[in-house]
Design a protein around this ligand. Structure first.
Ligand code: SAM
Length: 268
């Protein structure tokens, strides 16, 4: 008997992918399908991409980029995918920054926050740091594309000492998930993002404490530290800031479910 040949229309392929993604629990199956089809170079690569998505890989790791603040940010496997909620951190920092400001993006991951800020403000003197090698590699592509500098290391340790006392804006979306809550995260985060990107220690605030304690050394008088936190952790984050001599202020965005604590170094 001759081999049966099946011709599938583009519509049939699209419907089949939507069904597979829906069955795998993808909430935005239609949108994701369109994106996968537009990103795939060949039918074979489309099939591989769909299989990976069905297996639970984050969409951004599969297509290699994330839409953050309307900007295309390169993302690599294992690297923290910039979240919609973090766009509020960018908005808050943009309100306080000015063209030419010295900005440090600590715990930069892909470098999305510093990159977006630079795009919005036109020009910044941007320094980004991450401890994770894969993140640094990824950040180098995003951050250097807007003229910024990227360093690998532990928080402030790799920064040039000439920045001490001169930083206008210090943004740090540090890991803030309490260790015990990691197991409750969606599998996309738990399995496909580095532990160091998520785990903030017993109460989730270990890295924030370290960021805040050294911030007064690096901030210019009147300079600001901005961190993302959760609503439940806000009170503690505010206390940490105040204990380190930073004047704290809280900003919330219900739409993005985002909370930012801003600490300002007093002029005197
Ligand atoms: C929650 S992710 C945020 C990434 C990025 N800022 C964003 O918003 O998309 C936290 C990042 O902090 C980095 N990190 C954790 N501990 C660090 C440390 N001690 N020094 C520098 N980076 C650190 C992780 O590698 C990860 O990329």
């Amino acid at each position: 008997m001759g081999k049966q040949i099946n011709f599938h229309s583009d519509d049939e392929i699209e419907k089949c992918i939507i069904t597979r993604l829906r069955n795998a629990g993808c909430v935005f199956a239609e949108d994701e399908t369109k994106l996968l089809i537009s990103e795939a170079r060949t039918p074979d690569s489309l099939a591989v991409m769909v299989d990976r998505r069905v297996a639970g890989f984050p969409l951004e790791h599969i297509i290699g980029w994330a839409d953050f603040c309307g900007i295309r940010i390169d993302v690599e496997p294992g690297v923290f995918v910039p979240r919609r909620r973090t766009e509020f951190l960018v908005q808050q920092a943009a309100d306080l920054a000015f063209p030419g400001a010295i900005v440090v993006d600590l715990c930069c991951g892909t470098g999305a926050v510093g990159t977006a800020l630079t795009v919005f403000l036109g020009w910044l003197e941007l320094y980004a740091v991450d401890i994770d090698q894969a993140s640094v590699q990824c950040a180098r592509r995003n951050v250097t594309s807007v003229g910024g500098n990227v360093y690998e290391g532990d928080l402030y340790q790799p920064l040039p000492t000439k920045l001490r006392g001169r930083v206008d804006i210090l943004v740090a979306n540090a890991p803030y998930v309490p260790t015990e809550a990691i197991k409750l995260l969606p599998q996309e985060a738990r399995k496909h993002e580095a532990r160091v990107a998520l785990d903030g220690g017993t109460d989730g605030l270990d890295v924030q404490r370290r960021v805040a304690s050294e911030a007064p050394i690096w901030l210019a008088p009147g300079g600001h530290l901005l961190v993302e936190t959760s609503q439940q952790q806000t009170k503690k984050t505010v206390e940490i800031f105040a204990r380190n001599g930073l004047t704290p202020q809280v900003a919330n965005c219900d739409e993005l479910d985002a909370t930012i604590v801003i600490g300002t170094r007093p002029f005197l």
